[in-house]
Design a protein around this ligand. Structure first.
Ligand code: PHE
Ligand code: CO
Length: 295
């Protein structure tokens, strides 16, 4: 595999984050090594085993429809015609995390940036920044779903607007992304299921988020989420449960500007807290669940 271009590190209030070149790049598919493909196959097989009965049907159906190759890293150019035809979205290759505004502009134009490089074998269970497996396996499938696809575009436009309003507004909206797109749970007739990309791309968190007694599973509430802090370096302490993607999209239709203004006067909630008016889901543990990281 080639080396990602221009990696630097920047100290932020959420820790040290890597900074990459921001342009769109062609996926350097020929440069992937046998080890890179092997890492993909291993992660792919493992998650495909973990997800039935845990991921929502929309996620599984969408992922099946993309026909991602199990034994080799998929080619973006082969996924794009399928995705474009389904919802008009397309993938673009990037070197890694993008500056916020650049990222939002891509979403607003129905382009999803996918990191082209994949983690190394010693990072199979945990990697602190998004790589190809997280982006492609975790985020791309739901872009095949018409409602979720529209939600993501609307989010991009809303985030460009929030960026213009100010830092607090953007923080409120970033929390919405975190607790839905990255770490969302959904209620189905069969029980709670996962759809957030940070969960579906992690074996440990796929199990923990549904089966551990440790985290809170709380009913979706837009303003509650916007006020809730989060951790990026460990499993989540609270998950928010939507009833449907329609509910999520409907709740985000109103103009957020007055909401940001109102929330600016109110205090934030710790990631761990349960509040009196929260709806709490007790999914119960399956026997023998271990609370420490990956099994
Ligand atoms: N309605 C939001 C606004 O006015 C935009 C938005 C849509 C945000 C969908 C997130 C998701 O800012
Ligand atoms: Co992500």
């Amino acid at each position: 595999m080639q080396i990602p271009r221009k990696v630097e590190h920047q100290q932020t209030d959420r820790g040290t984050i890597p900074v990459y070149a921001t342009g769109v790049v062609d996926q350097p598919w020929d440069s992937y090594s046998a080890t890179d493909h092997q890492v993909w196959s291993q992660l792919f097989a493992r998650q495909r085993e973990v997800l039935p009965g845990r991921a929502c049907q929309e996620f599984i159906d969408s992922q099946n429809a993309l026909h991602m190759s199990a034994d080799a890293i998929p080619k973006f150019a082969e996924l794009n015609p399928i995705l474009r035809q389904a919802t008009g979205w397309e993938l673009v290759g990037v070197e890694g995390l993008l500056p916020e505004y650049t990222f939002f502009e891509h979403l607003a134009n129905r382009r999803f940036p996918v990191t082209w490089w994949i983690r190394s074998p010693d990072q199979i269970d945990y990697i602190s920044e998004p790589d190809l497996f997280h982006d492609l396996f975790g985020h791309v499938p739901l872009l095949m779903n018409p409602i979720f696809a529209d939600y993501m575009e609307a989010y991009g436009r809303g985030a460009m607007k929030a960026h213009g309003i100010g830092e607090q507004a953007l923080l409120n909206l970033t929390r919405l992304y975190w607790y839905t797109v990255e770490f969302g749970l959904i209620r189905t007739d069969a029980g709670l299921r996962i759809y957030g990309s940070g969960i579906v791309s992690s074996k440990g968190e796929s199990i923990y988020s549904l089966e551990s007694d440790a985290p809170n599973r709380l009913g979706f509430d837009l303003e509650r989420i916007m006020r809730t802090m989060y951790r990026i370096d460990t499993f989540q302490q609270s998950y928010f449960v939507i009833d449907s993607f329609e509910q999520l999209f409907d709740a985000t239709r109103p103009d957020f500007a007055p909401i940001y203004q109102r929330l600016a006067e109110l205090e934030d909630f710790p990631a761990r807290a349960v509040r009196a008016d929260d709806t709490v889901f007790h999914e119960g543990t399956r026997e023998g669940f271990a609370t420490d990281a990956d099994a």
